[in-house]
Design a protein around this ligand. Structure first.
Ligand code: COA
Length: 331
């Protein structure tokens, strides 16, 4: 029997309407455009409107990804969404809501919670489902309305994040040279307090006792150091395992959290500036949407061509991390 491989058939993103410049934070926080740009590289980010939830952002990206794949809605076998800012904090899943908004019926749909590494975990899942022969076409979506969980009195986190969504269709191919070559995912819960939305089910709504707020918290400095080390090691491992060197990579797309992290990792791994994709200056950190949004940017700029090899690398709350070697198999 011919071996089945998973391939990236299309990529798309959605950027919500409201552009927030660094100077907008100067009015509400003790911060400055100069500090934010110098320490993070971020110049602006986009926030969803109050009516939009993560599923609404994801739907827009998904519609475009499906259109670009030339598939019909009925041909989508499975929908998986990665988000740390789901429409509802329990059920229904954002994937179920998104599927219905797309008109997808009687198909499995579920969410995963792996924070900023979400898209790499989605690729790992989609690859296994396709290579096992379970499904032919899978819609994966990273969608985030992080503005809804930011503490706008905390200058060390609120200036870093943005909203957005990225979507991709992963489909079966028989050609290895057009496939997702490898995906590596990992985690370590010992560092769970580095990045946290601390609302737990402890406490009680009865008399509103001990309710803990849900705003995102981060140990910025510690996270920064661990991110550089983990992202670098992860890339070295996946390249070695697949016998691939830096020169064979067309685009290195790291998670977009901080320009200083991206530059440090890119330099340590000896990628040229032309290989390293940077979008953090315009979108901020959009967590699970960050990598597909960056991929979509090089696609829409006409740089990403069929057959190009991308190296993706992410790190996030959990802690979770992962990397992937992905050929583009779209047009
Ligand atoms: N404006 C002005 N000053 C700020 C500020 C802001 N928005 N945010 C923090 N500061 C201040 C701090 O309060 C601190 O002041 P102090 O010395 O008086 O206490 C000072 O700047 C230095 O803080 P520090 O945390 O050391 O800054 P930093 O250079 O490490 O940058 C981050 C902070 C958050 C930008 C950086 O640590 C970072 O990007 N961390 C990792 C983020 C990340 O990787 N996330 C990925 C996982 S998704």
């Amino acid at each position: 029997m011919t071996k089945k491989y998973a391939s990236l058939k299309s990529i798309a993103s959605y950027i919500p309407p409201k552009c927030i410049k660094n100077s907008d934070f100067e009015e509400i926080l003790d911060t400055s455009d100069e500090w934010i740009q110098k320490r993070t590289g971020i110049q602006m980010r986009y926030f969803a409107s109050p009516e939009q939830n993560s599923s609404d952002l994801g739907v827009e990206a998904a519609k475009l990804a499906i259109k670009r794949s030339n598939l019909k809605i009925e041909e989508i076998d499975l929908v998986i969404v990665a988000t740390l800012s789901p429409d509802f904090l329990g059920m229904p899943s954002t994937a179920c809501l998104l599927s219905t908004k797309l008109g997808i019926k009687n198909r499995p749909a579920f969410d995963i919670s792996t924070a900023c590494s979400g898209f790499i975990y989605l690729l790992a899942l989609a690859k296994s489902f396709i290579e096992s022969g379970t499904y032919e076409n899978i819609l994966i979506v990273g969608a985030e309305k992080i503005s809804s969980i930011l503490d706008f009195t905390d200058r060390s986190t609120s200036v870093l994040f943005g909203d957005g969504a990225g979507a991709a269709i992963i489909s079966t191919t028989t050609q290895k040279e057009h496939s997702i070559l490898d995906v590596h995912i990992s985690s370590d819960g010992a560092y769970s307090d580095y990045l946290l939305t601390p609302r737990t089910l402890k406490g009680s709504h009865f008399l509103e006792e001990n309710l803990i707020p849900q705003y995102l918290q981060m140990k910025g400095n510690e996270t920064f150091k661990l991110a550089v080390k983990t992202l670098t090691n992860d890339v070295e491992e996946i390249m070695k395992k697949n016998n691939i060197d830096v020169n064979s990579i067309d685009f290195f797309i790291p998670h977009q959290a901080n320009l200083r992290i991206i530059s440090a990792v890119g330099e340590q791994l000896k990628f040229s500036p032309q290989q390293v994709v940077v979008t953090v200056h315009k979108y901020g950190n959009t967590s699970a949407a960050s990598i597909p949004m960056a991929m979509n940017d090089i696609y829409e700029d006409g740089k990403l061509k069929n057959g190009d090899l991308m190296l993706l690398d992410a790190f996030g709350g959990g802690l979770t991390w992962g990397s992937a070697l992905v050929h583009f198999n779209g047009n």
